[in-house]
Design a protein around this ligand. Structure first.
Ligand SMILES: [Zn+2]
Length: 287
């Protein structure tokens, strides 16, 4: 990962215009970690910015709306993303990503390499090759150092899925724990109870302050055992307003409420911003 440099003309433009300067300060790196659970409807797209401005996008939602949502939280001059993670090639995670690869200069990508044959998946893999983007295959035990004390730990897939043909891909999802100092966030893709249980039994350090609820709040995920092991203070649910799956399910909301886990939902709040600042955090909503 290389650190980003602001093109000199931007600095000139910022100095020349008070409006530009204000706008830039609102979104430029500010020494904190920002995580945006982007409102992309029924799907996942999570954008992370490190204290010095390294950027990671985890999934791209079901359509190109991710580009518009990124435009709301990225500085307007910023056309680069350091790392794009594709947790699994289901449409609600993958379909917005080819457009991201077209619009942004993406440094590297991380995915499982599981076999997929949709046109969007072909487009994603074709663009990675065409643009010479560095591609990493997600493996259990990987650590990615983003600098500034931000580290990503890959917990799933436990066994490599590269080149494998898998009919139901939820459980192949890349699971990542983001650690920043004392604070941590667990990103779970669409894993279901079976893999949640494996992660618990593996004795991994999945305990996290913040949890992205797996599979949009489906009742087949977020088992009590898993929630107890992660033991988050706050959970985030990414789901579309009045989606046809009934996500998030009342069962999962009940489990969260019974465990006193506060939760936020993109279907109700739109894009949600989590800011980590040393040992403090704050939550904001982006319209
Ligand atoms: Zn999904």
């Amino acid at each position: 990962m290389q650190s980003k440099k602001i093109h000199p003309w931007i600095l000139v433009a910022m100095a020349a215009s008070a409006i530009f300067t204000f706008y830039a300060q609102a979104q430029a790196p500010d020494g904190k970690v920002h995580v945006w659970f982007l409102d992309v409807g029924q799907g996942d797209a999570i954008f992370i910015e490190t204290p010095s401005g390294q950027q990671i996008l985890v999934d791209g939602g079901p359509d190109n709306s991710v580009v518009q949502e990124l435009g709301k939280v990225m500085p307007f001059w910023d056309k680069t993303i350091d790392l794009v993670v594709m947790t699994h090639p289901d449409a609600d995670h993958l379909n917005g990503l080819p457009e991201v690869l077209k619009r942004y200069e993406v440094e590297s990508v991380l995915e499982t390499g599981v076999e997929c044959s949709t046109s969007q998946c072909e487009s994603w893999r074709g663009l990675i090759k065409e643009k010479g983007i560095e591609k990493y295959i997600a493996k259990f035990g990987q650590t990615i150092d983003m600098g500034d004390g931000v580290q990503l730990f890959v917990f799933n897939p436990i066994e490599s899925k590269e080149g494998e043909s898998v009919s139901k891909k939820n459980n192949t999802s890349v699971v990542i724990k983001v650690v920043y100092g004392e604070q941590s966030l667990l990103l779970t893709g669409d894993i279901e109870g079976r893999v949640e249980s494996k992660l618990v039994l593996a004795g991994l350090d999945i305990n996290s302050d913040f949890l992205k609820i797996a599979h949009h709040g489906s009742k087949t995920s977020s088992t009590r055992e898993f929630l107890d092991a992660v033991s988050p203070a706050i959970a985030f649910i990414s789901a579309g307003t009045k989606n046809r799956y009934g996500h998030p399910t009342q069962e999962v909301l009940n489990r969260l409420e019974n465990d006193d886990i506060k939760y936020y939902r993109t279907d109700l709040s739109g894009t949600i911003e989590l800011t980590l600042d040393n040992n403090n955090y704050s939550i904001n909503f982006i319209k």
